[in-house]
Design a protein around this ligand. Sequence first.
Ligand code: 5GP
Ligand code: SF4
Ligand code: MG
Length: 475
Amino acid sequence: MFDKFREECAVMGVYGHPEAANMVYLGLYALQHRGQESSGIVSSDGKILISHRQMGLVADVFKEDVIKRLEGPSAIGHNRYSTTGQSHLRNAQPFVVEYSQGPIAIAHNGNLVNAQVLREELETSGSIFQSTSDTEVIIHLIATSKESSLMGRVVEALSRVRGAYSLLFITLDRMIAARDPMGFRPLVLGKFKAGKNRDGFVVASETCALDLIEADYVREVEPGEIITFGPKGMESLRPFPAAPHAKCIFEYIYFSRPDSNLYGRSVYQVRKELGRQLARENGVPADLVTPVPDSGVPAAIGYAEESGLPLEFGLIRNHYVGRTFIEPQQSIRHFGVKIKLNAQRAVLQGKRVVVVDDSIVRGTTSRKIVRMLRDAGAKEVHMRISSPPTISPCYYGIDTPTRSELIASSSSVEEIRKFVDADSLAYLSHDGMYVFVKGKTEGFCDACFSGNYPVHFEDEGHTRQLHLFDALQQR
Ligand code: 5GP
Ligand code: SF4
Ligand code: MG
């Protein structure tokens, strides 16, 4: 079985830089929010591929001696996050394999929708899988391809997979970047500033990684594009028929860093615009606006600007919360949220509060936040969400829970309001979500908010499971 649609990831690659692995390390650091479970880098010194993969955060995985060992002018890296039981080192990327023409490594962000079908086919004809990750399918397709050139093999392999992929490969003398024809997951191209480090290229999930290493943003890797970086420079190929684009809207709403430039727009500015629209659609008499930090901050700024209400930080976030902590005794209420957020009485006492967040998933955190605001003296709590209700899971590489766990899949807004115990609750409208492109919805995926999936999930077992969830919803 695969670790299906339960992965969030970052990819980062550098070609033609004397300290490639070091640059990739810094890029992965900037992309830590996209995956916190494992991290890995594979570099090429021209003779061999050198690999280091480990469970943990980027800062813990790569120490000075490890980076020193990752020699050579090209390197790719990966951060991975998964919440299922399949959180093993063997699923950590980049994957490295040896095939008839030498070693190759791969790093993948996204999820394939036909990986199970392809895996069964490959196993029947003798391929032996080492992981439960869908990404390994791509490597086996490349290794078993009858094409002679590397590019031929990559094109053939990618023509067989469906779904979401933003990919990086390296071989001894090349780096390849590829993005699926619908462009679900982001991928950007950058270049080191002229004269500084020869003609080095960078490819990364988000532009915030380029900023850190002082590379210039060139453009997006286009949906359906395959770029090869080699001794002769950069070459772009578009071997597949054009498809309607389905760029992930949720990257704007929650997932990308606000300081990234995504699909040609500032994430921060888009989030502010969503907050403004939220205020236009769902204004309410109140004394102040407060964000749920960090993800709700830009939308709350927009909401406050539009509504003319003061913005206050009624919730303060502890930025040093790690992934593990000692479970408290039952007697400490709401501990899980309290360790991360604290409500300030000095700001909230006696106030009518609009609390702005980007989304509600299960509703359990939101419920605790409302309680914390009330406990700190808020007189009224009006929850405002800068996206429409999250009603469906993502199959394209964002770790949303199953349909049955999404509170909005089976509850009305009024039922959710009761559950989170707010005085009022309102979400951004579906049309309002597209305010930043003047209502033009083409080119985006919004399946988790609309249930309209641009590519259907083809794997037998899971399709059946999803039908079961749907059947349960009918009751
Ligand atoms: P809930 O009330 O549904 O338990 O939690 C809502 C919070 O979850 C919001 O603050 C939102 O920013 C956050 N959130 C939304 N989507 C995701 C996601 O995909 N992963 C994680 N870890 N948090 C998310
Ligand atoms: Fe993004 Fe939602 Fe589409 Fe997944 S389903 S790619 S999270 S918009
Ligand atoms: Mg949040």
